[in-house]
Ligand binder design. Structure first.
Ligand code: ADP
Length: 468
């Protein structure tokens, strides 16, 4: 992977960039504010020294002419005691006196604008002498009673303030990169630790992509974003695994269901082709094949219905439905078969008809399936009860039989596709295990619910609740 496309690298770069954005302006501010306050302190000291020299001179000039100053040893000593950097110039700018430090490098007069200096207005400026020797100089005007004015210039070496400033600069130049290096190392460590699970996720996702859905990520102890991502990822894979399992199971079930009628049909055709037969025999075989074709068609239609309902394509053809009428009609259809099986059927209805909103065709399919099951799974001489009740917002349809019943542990599965309690009886009952799945779907799309209670060998009760 190209390293600059790495999230870790991008995070560190951003981190360092923000750190620079904070450290550099802060250090610059620190440096310039220290330089400013040191310069102000130096200027303050300089002004005090300048005033002191000026006072000494004013005092001297009260009594003597300034030109005698250079010969006055006492005065020189007094001036030296105040500062080692003193220049005294006459009103024309010519040097009258300069202290030892200015002997080698006198202050060049071209740097000073003497015209602007008045008794009230002194000027302070920085001058470079010789090899980078900077001095801060204050120029003041001293008044000679008996003669013209003279200019007093007192200096202080800039190294007094440059030294701490250079130290600070050096410290900053070392400290900033060191801070950046140490921070980036720590940053890298934390980013690496935090993002490591993401690499794990990628590796696992790759394995899953190769088809191994049993893979899971190691659950992290922390409940941070990455911890939650790992949990969500694992949940998602579990659901995917479950879905794939269901799809595989479904494909196996469909193949199995379709194979049986196809095998029967193949057998029948083979028998038919083995020798020449009478037309009646062919007719019998053809009828057998037709039965299997009808079964196949029903399975495919049921599957198509379930698939359309699952993907939300089914549109309900809503209309007002009189349940008493609809169910009465369905019961009529089963009358003969119930009589043949000597089943004792009883229908309980309330005095008032119960009307709901729903799709007549689908509700018909729902109750046909339920009643068909009740008859199918109840032995001769059994009882079947059908009640249509109204409970507040719901119409409640209860279908009870005294049939073979369903074991408790199977109750949970009977609404699943292709689920049959007794697989070996599939051939006898002619069911494909899709009936209850369709019932549950129809009830669901009508915003209702279906419940089942059953005791093996005593019978089953199916309750359907449909909103009114
Ligand atoms: P089938 O087409 O096999 O009847 P269904 O989806 O309608 O499929 O029912 C699923 C299974 O539930 C049946 O195979 C049967 O074992 C059980 N079952 C459904 N209704 C009843 C009932 N009234 N009494 C006993 N068992 C039932």
């Amino acid at each position: 992977m190209i390293f600059y496309k790495n999230v870790r690298f991008k995070l560190i770069v951003w981190y360092l960039f923000i750190l620079c954005l904070i450290l550099i302006p802060f250090s610059t501010y620190l440096y310039y504010s220290l330089a400013k306050s040191l310069r102000e302190q130096l200027d303050y000291e300089l002004k005090a020294k300048g005033e002191e020299v000026k006072n000494i001179l004013d005092d001297y000039m009260e009594r003597n002419e300034i030109k005698f100053l250079t010969k006055d040893r006492g005065m020189k000593a007094r001036l030296n005691a105040v500062s080692e950097y003193i220049h005294i110039r006459d009103s024309n700018g010519y040097i009258i006196y300069r202290s030892e430090r200015f002997k080698k490098h006198p202050l060049p007069s071209r740097h000073f604008n003497f015209d602007k200096i008045t008794p009230e207005n002194s000027i302070t400026q920085s001058i470079v002498l010789g090899k980078n020797k900077g001095v801060r100089v204050i120029t003041l005007l001293a008044r000679e009673k008996k003669g013209p004015d003279c200019f007093v210039q007192v200096g202080l070496p800039l190294k007094d303030i440059n030294y701490p400033l250079n130290r600070l600069l050096l410290t900053l130049v070392i400290a900033i990169p060191t801070t950046l290096i140490i921070s980036s190392l720590f940053g890298w460590f934390f980013v690496y630790k935090s993002l490591n699970p993401i690499d794990e996720i990628t590796k696992t996702a790759r394995k899953i992509g190769d088809g191994d859905l049993s893979q899971r990520l190691k659950q992290l102890k922390s409940n941070d974003e990455v911890g939650r991502l790992v949990e969500t990822f694992n949940n998602m894979i579990s659901k995917l695994e479950e879905s794939f399992k269901q799809i595989r199971q479904f494909t196996a079930d469909v193949s199995h269901e379709l194979r049986t009628p196809l095998t029967i049909m193949k057998g029948e055709v083979e028998v038919a082709l083995r020798k020449r037969r009478l037309p009646e025999e062919y007719e019998k075989i053809m009828n057998g094949i037709l039965e299997e074709v009808e079964l196949l068609t029903k399975i495919v239609e049921d599957l198509l219905f379930l698939e359309r309902a699952e993907s939300g394509v089914i549109k309900l053809n809503q209309e007002e439905i009189n349940l008493n009428f609809l169910l009465g009609n369905i019961v009529e259809q089963f009358k003969t078969i119930m009589e043949r099986k000597k089943l004792d059927f009883y229908m309980h209805v309330e005095p008032e008809d119960i009307v709901i909103n729903g799709d007549a065709m689908q509700l018909r399919k729902l109750f046909l399936n339920l009643l068909d099951n009740a008859i199918k799974y109840t032995d001769e001489g059994g009882k079947i009860n059908l009640s249509i009740l109204s409970t507040g917002k719901y119409a409640k349809i209860i279908l009870t039989d005294t049939g073979i019943g369903i074991p408790e542990k199977e109750l949970f599965y009977i609404f699943k596709r292709f689920y049959r309690v007794d697989k070996s009886r599939a051939g006898d009952t002619g069911g494909s295990g899709l009936g209850l799945s369709i019932c549950e779907t129809i009830v669901r799309v009508h915003n209702g619910r279906i419940e089942v209670e059953s005791i093996p060998n005593f019978g089953s009760t199916f309750k359907v609740f449909l909103p009114r």
